[in-house]
Design a protein around this ligand. Structure first.
Ligand code: PLP
Length: 381
């Protein structure tokens, strides 16, 4: 059996998305900036895609800017706010995606003050500490992700948006993992920047978008031509943009059914793991269905000398999942997220992340294999 449980890394393309993209690879090849018929046809498709995304998020098309993906969108939001909006202080967390943490580290070297909000042992944001940081620092920007890609923890976007409004701070949220998995009414949330990446919701890779609230005026991040209303130079990835909008439309149309299906798979995995591996646990809040992204489950295995081999052995058995041991033995390739949690760092960690295409049979197979591989290992006395 071949099982793909690494959907937080990327999702398979929906064949209907591929069909929607095909004409923009083969027939409609004009440059959308060209004013002749070939160009205008493509321009129309591009603007329809923008309108679709905007409608789904309940914002205006002028607030959606297509980018090469989540990383570029995060960089644009943070770097342009510092450069153009007088941000002197950034508040973030130690468990953000590297698209944010590495950007912040680079800005810190240039003299920007960075504060990290306290987290509970499970990685939950301490909202009182966040308020203190906002109260005691002017010209702040908050960058906190909505759904953590490793442990699934969800942020209360409304609460953070209200705090940012109270203290006059800019609010950016890396919404890559939750975009098109939840309905985001961006007209209601007090977000200045939100982010989407198509390959996390069955769209193509290398295309995403940045939502910029209309009151937030920034200058271009990538200089070049007049594309994206002068905000992002470079000929648009038209087939990617068409695919992104189609993938988002499908995701919104089927969201409740898919959510139910995926939640059921997650619950089944938790129950079966508890029944088959003594001492199994879950990292962060990932086994709390109300407080975590329904697609992600981060499994915490009792210590074993062979835990590092588990991913490899699962792979041999046709199961693709992702790992994330904390930084140990001087190695720097561990998970910076797990390292921040209050957990026994010698325990193994495996992330299962599900999609609409996964089945109960796959869950049963993967859990059975994981349990038998784990039980065959050397467990320290
Ligand atoms: N932010 C989060 C939370 C992610 O999970 C990812 C992708 O793994 C990114 C940002 C980067 O997105 P992209 O691959 O589109 O650059």
């Amino acid at each position: 059996m071949n099982v793909y449980f690494d959907n937080a890394a990327t999702t398979p393309l929906d064949p209907a998305v591929f069909e929607a993209m095909k004409p923009y690879l083969l027939e409609h090849y004009g440059n959308p900036s060209s004013i002749h018929t070939h160009g205008r046809k493509v321009r129309t498709a591009l603007e329809q895609a923008r309108k679709k995304v905007a409608d789904l998020l309940n914002v205006t098309p002028g607030e959606i800017f297509f980018t090469s993906g989540g990383t570029e969108a995060d960089n644009t939001a943070i770097r342009c706010s510092i450069r153009d909006k007088g941000v002197k202080h950034l508040i973030s967390s130690k468990i953000e995606h590297h698209a944010v943490t590495h950007t912040l580290e680079a800005k810190e070297k240039e003299g920007v003050k960075i504060s990290y909000v306290n987290l509970s042992g499970d990685g939950e944001v301490d909202y009182d500490h966040l308020e203190d940081l906002l109260k005691n620092n002017s010209n702040s920007m908050v960058s906190l992700m909505h759904a953590n890609n490793e442990i699934g923890n969800l942020l209360d976007l409304k609460r953070v948006g209200d705090l940012c409004e109270t203290y006059g701070a800019i609010f950016h949220s890396d919404t890559v993992q939750s975009m098109a998995h939840y309905v985001h009414d961006l007209s209601q949330l007090k977000l200045d920047f939100a982010v989407g990446s198509a390959h996390k919701f069955h769209g193509p890779k290398g295309i995403g978008f940045l939502y910029i609230n209309h009151e937030m005026k920034i200058n271009p991040f990538i200089h070049g031509g007049a594309q994206e209303r002068n905000m992002r130079g470079g000929t648009e990835n038209v087939c990617g943009i068409v695919g992104l909008a189609k993938a988002m439309e499908i995701a919104y149309g089927e969201m409740e059914a898919h959510r139910k299906h995926i939640e059921n798979l997650k619950k089944r995995t938790i129950e079966k793991l508890r029944a088959s591996i003594d001492g199994v646990g879950f990292n962060g809040l990932s086994d709390d269905l109300d407080k975590s992204l329904y697609t992600v489950l981060n499994i915490c295995l009792p210590p074993s000398e062979d835990n590092d081999m588990l991913l490899f052995n699962l792979d041999i058995n046709g199961i693709s999942v992702s790992g994330g041991s904390a930084c140990t033995s001087g190695s720097n390739i561990g998970s910076h997220v797990l390292a921040e949690l209050d957990r026994d760092q010698s325990r193994g960690a495996i992330r299962f992340s599900f999609s609409k295409y996964n089945t109960e049979e796959e869950v049963d197979y993967a859990v059975e294999k994981l349990a038998s591989l784990y039980q065959g290992q050397t467990i320290p006395a």
